[in-house]
Design a protein around this ligand. Sequence first.
Ligand code: BES
Ligand code: ZN
Length: 456
Amino acid sequence: MESVISFINSNRERYVEELKDFLRIPSISTNPENKADVARCAQYVSDQMNKSGLQNIQIIPTQGHPVVYGEWLGAPGKPTILYYGHYDVQPVDPLNLWSSGPFEPTIKDGYIYARGSSDDKGQVFLNLKSVEAHMKINGKLPVNIKFMIEGEEEIGSVNLENFITSHKELLKADVVLVSDTSFFDDEMPSIAYGLRGLCYMQIDLTGPNRDLHSGVYGGAVANPINELANIISKLKDKNGKITIPGFYDKVRPLTKAERDAYKKLPFAKKAYFKDLGIKETFGEKGYSILEQVSGRPCLDCNGIWGGFQGEGAKTVLPSKASAKISMRLVPNQTPHQTAKLFERYVKKLCPKTMQIKVTELHGGYPAITDITTKEIIAASNALHKVFKKKPLFAREGGSIPVIASFERLLGLKSVLMGFGLDTDAIHSPNERFKLDNFHRGILSVALFYDELAKMS
Ligand code: BES
Ligand code: ZN
């Protein structure tokens, strides 16, 4: 391992330059106008797999964006890891809030800034470099590995279950490895053992059949924006409880042991408030902030529009108003059932003055992973060696829909060994990735292979 480690340490500059090329590609999966960029990004991933020494590399088409696959299976008798990650990124708006271009990677104070730097290109890339280091130094890996990097995670991985079902043999493995989560805080390496699920909805309200003069009709004709605001305001009560009937029926309550584990986590409330520029939080009463953001479900309006959005004033009573609303789910809630409950309640809240359309956009199941497996112990040992601290185990609030699918369709458990930070501003302007975590991530994954091989 010594020579693998020194190879990694002496290639730091090259790694960053190569990562920059990856980050320059605007692979925004939700934008149809970026389709060619997403395809170019798949090609980049495939080239990097080749450079790392992976074999049988394929860009596999789906109904949407392609999956890039590569493998190295030269360690008979040793376990096979299925590495999952994504090369697509979130949109960049609002663009004016970025200090440097979202696709012009910029280094400042030990961070690399760009859309996708932390979520998830930087993390995918570091895993490829761990493979490369072993291959360059030893010509082989201590374990077998399959890489499966998708291009639709940020739009709900809608084609991935089909992909998995139709490639069961190709994806056969012993464990899934993912680097797409965060450390508990800047100083604390962590292994995530829970992710929330997601149910993402859109509401479209139509009032009058056209935009109206708000002086001529205002006062008599109901306004869809006002009505939409009314509906949204009724989805939660003053205690932060979601009011949709049946919403909590499937929620598995936090056990005493789970709540005790939450209490033991070193949460710095003051720093949290300061980082976000807020004076108070608002969440479900009776639960701590950490429980609220990862152990309990939530409901948020993600976007709302209608009427006049331009500069100055236009006196209009609009015909239409819409909102996008997402709910984060915990075990044992399910996305479709939640969507049905949401639709039924919102339709009930809708007044007769409006026509309503409720659409389920996408969703994902929550996941809790087993932390007693030998793979988790190997990951924990690797992080401990590199970061000189025993990692924490924590549930996270974000979603990676495929984790539950791997368990359900392939019977595979996952190791969520991510190197992001909550302060990386993923999905926001000025997304960044801490370069120290990037480099130490490469070392950690390289050591993980070694630890896992030793245990098998
Ligand atoms: N990497 C994130 C998920 C994440 C973030 C997990 C922070 C743990 C901590 C992932 O790329 C993501 O953003 N997923 C989407 C999924 C959705 C579009 C189905 C999410 O959580 O919003
Ligand atoms: Zn991600």
